[in-house]
Design a protein around this ligand. Structure first.
Ligand SMILES: [Zn+2]
Length: 502
């Protein structure tokens, strides 16, 4: 049963915080612009994916059904897509020619590799898999059909170089960004116009003719490839219908990508398309714009891979918490200090989980002392998320709950522990910061590659100690130390955790 709670989110289209109102009551259908798989995803990309993940979790927490679609862009995204009609070259082709691209046989191989890495990062940062994850290259026929329809209806025209959407045929073009009417922008766009046959410099490509392109399809206009914007219009409507509730992306998607999507989609159907648009602000790193040139550019890989593989061995859930610690629509400064602080929070959550599991199993008698207070704190967490994803307030309520559980000390009895365990499960369902969805409490780290490595070393150490080979056992401890792992021999057996230094 859906609750009667209101889920309010800022709407870029109306410039205000508004309730999300699913067309079909109690069923949220939404599309999140996904990654272009020409390289490893960076932490800024994931901040935007995490916004979609939190929307999904919050909607489910109030009993809504959800249909969530997020794409993989594997063709057509050009290097200069900051402009409505992009110039430059295909990002995939450029990546293949780069130093990193040397190990791939062709552009398809490169796309496959970076898609797989993306999915691994996605799982490690504990994001739910979308219901559908369509790929642009698998929907080219539908894109061609959409372009044909736009041509038939007079919204598009063909030149020797491609097929273009005519922005004057859609008078509301630019309604999301609000900046299309400015002369300044038109002049900026004029600089990158490559096709002198275009009727208006603002017109953008639906199809690019290019028989030399590394990824090409046969179309009524000859060999070529689809523009980037048309893929999201086509794939979202293929899986969510001609009208759906919400569309999300990074702030860089507002213009041109989303304005172009709106123009195409509403021209295709003749109906208003999506009423609610949510965009995540860029993050800064150590107070500066994240850029390869300033040396503060972090891929998810760089941070969570074990130190032995050149990473920093950071707990993926600590990174997740750090990336959601600031509200999605405020500028957020990602620093190693905040990462350390969040690693400590995640550790406290894990320790609380560990303790309540032990105490619940031992089942010490006594009345429940925490259930009502934890319920109230869960209510605070959920209400904060329903209020435009106010993650700082949501997380503060969770930390109060951890303090409450840990503050019980020896008074934690079986009944309280069971309440606390249930609360940790609900908090995890909502924020994903206690354990991975695929894990059980008995084997935390089941999806963490570092965990597998550590478990193997610990098994070897156990064997060495049984054989009284203490030199070997010490050497393994040193290896674990080098991996950034702290080993604790306790009455319940050997435990380990990541060190907090990053
Ligand atoms: Zn998109």
């Amino acid at each position: 049963m859906p609750s009667d709670k209101t889920f309010a989110l800022y709407n870029t289209l109306t410039h205000q915080v508004e309730p999300l109102t699913p067309l079909e009551p109690g069923h949220l259908r939404f599309y999140a612009c996904g990654p272009t798989v020409y390289s490893y995803a960076h932490i800024g990309n994931f901040r935007s994916f995490l916004t979609a993940d939190l929307i999904l979790r919050t909607a489910r927490a109030i009993g809504w059904e959800t249909t969530y679609v997020s794409n993989i862009t594997d063709v057509g995204h050009l290097t200069e897509d900051d402009y409505a009609d992009a110039g430059g070259e295909d990002r995939m082709a450029k990546a293949l020619r780069s130093k990193e691209g040397e190990r791939f046989a062709n552009v398809w191989d490169l796309a496959r590799y970076y898609t797989q890495v993306l999915l691994e990062d996605w799982r490690l940062l504990n994001l739910h898999e979308p219901d559908v994850r369509p790929r642009a290259t698998e929907h080219v026929m539908q894109q061609i059909k959409a372009v044909e329809r736009l041509l038939d209806q007079g919204y598009a025209y063909e030149t020797r170089n491609g097929v273009y959407f005519s922005v004057t045929s859609f008078p509301q073009y630019g309604k999301l960004s609000g900046n299309i009417a400015s002369d300044q922008l038109a002049e900026g766009v004029r600089d990158v116009v490559l096709d002198a046959e275009k009727r208006d410099p603002r017109d953008f490509a639906l199809w690019k003719k290019d028989p030399t392109h590394l990824m090409q399809w046969h179309s009524p206009w000859g060999w070529g490839f689809p523009g980037w914007h048309i893929e999201c219009s086509v794939m979202s409507m293929a899986y969510l219908g001609e009208q759906f509730d919400l569309h999300t992306g990074g702030e860089d998607n507002i213009f041109p990508h989303h304005d172009c999507e709106i123009a195409q989609s509403e021209s295709l159907t003749g109906k208003p398309w999506v009423p609610h648009w949510v965009h995540t602000r860029f993050l800064q790193v150590e107070g500066e714009k994240m850029a390869k040139s300033t040396g503060n550019f972090y891929r998810v890989r760089d941070l969570i891979a074990p130190e032995s593989e050149g990473g920093r061995g950071i707990d993926p859930l600590a990174l997740r918490l750090a990336l959601i610690a600031g509200q999605y629509r405020k500028p957020y400064n990602f620093t190693f200090d905040t990462l350390r602080a969040n690693a400590l929070h995640v550790r406290r959550l894990r320790e609380a989980l560990d303790r309540v599991d032990q105490v619940a199993a031992a089942d010490a008698p006594g009345p429940d002392r925490v259930g009502a207070r934890l319920d109230a704190l869960y209510g605070r967490t959920l209400d904060a998320l329903l209020d435009d994803l106010n993650t700082p307030a949501a997380i503060a309520a969770v930390l109060d709950g951890v303090k409450l559980i840990n503050g019980l000390g020896d008074h934690l009895n079986g009944a309280s522990a069971r309440q606390a365990r249930a609360w940790l499960g609900r908090v995890n369902a909502l924020l994903g910061i206690v354990y991975h969805a695929a894990e059980s409490a008995a084997s935390p780290g089941a999806v963490d590659p570092l965990a597998a490595q550590v478990d193997a070393l610990l098994a070897e150490r156990r064997a060495a100690r049984q054989a009284k080979d203490y030199a070997r056992s010490d050497a393994i401890r040193d290896d674990l130390d080098a991996l950034g792992i702290e080993v604790m021999d306790t009455a319940e057996g050997t435990k380990w955790r990541r060190k907090l230094s990053v």
